[in-house]
Design a protein around this ligand. Sequence first.
Ligand code: 13P
Length: 271
Amino acid sequence: MPERTPFIGGNWKMNTTAREAVELAAGVAQGVKADGPHDPQVAIFPPFVWLGMVDDAIRGSQLRLGAQDCSPHANGAHTGDVSLAMLEEVGVSCVLVGHSERRHGLAEPPERIAAKLHAVLGAGLTGVLCIGETLQEREAGQTDAVNESQLRSALRGLSIVGPDRLVIAYEPVWAIGTGRTASAGDAQAAHRHIRGVLGTLLGSTTAGSIRVIYGGSMKPDNAAELMAQPDIDGGLIGGASLKADQFLAIVDAARREGKAQPAAGTHRGHR
Ligand code: 13P
């Protein structure tokens, strides 16, 4: 089996005050280690406005700093947007792209999602591409087709991707924030299909090295079972990432389920 270091992300969404953000980040940073063979990579994705102060709070730790979105453009007349150069300047090294709350909630089109992912990878940062089907699509038996089409449109034109630079987050929309998690078997089936599509698009060696993580009501009590599946390489956590002890319990579960030795160069400080 190829070696894949688990990836655990905490997507804080539009939550926390400045003070809560700094306390939460410091609490998580204290519990994150990256010196053992099974230690996962861990990143937090606070709201834009707290990124600078959170960067200060976690400096020197192994915790990586992420952004929840970015502009596909370098600069210019894009009111309200935030560029990758700005994000890098405040210590961001990974970026969420295509989260369903933007893809569906804000009707962000596939072309814009693709442009953002290409910009993130072009800037040398790690892109976490979020994909997943709605309840209606699942009930119509379209889960695999939806995942495939979202992957194809976002990855079109990308031939070589450093495996540690792209993470795919499978987040079934009906499982996000609902307390309703995909069963471990259903999630594994979706992840296996996603890896197959990655193989077609990027080649089987690269596909075997890319982390495919699960998101959607992942909690300390279901994380281990999900991450024990052969194609589930970590999690993207919403609600449970807002409490340091719950988030760190999920990080611990990833460590226990670690299937792999760390690949060279995948463990970095957050800078
Ligand atoms: P919940 O863990 O709150 O379901 O959110 C998942 C998510 O959307 C992470 O990006």
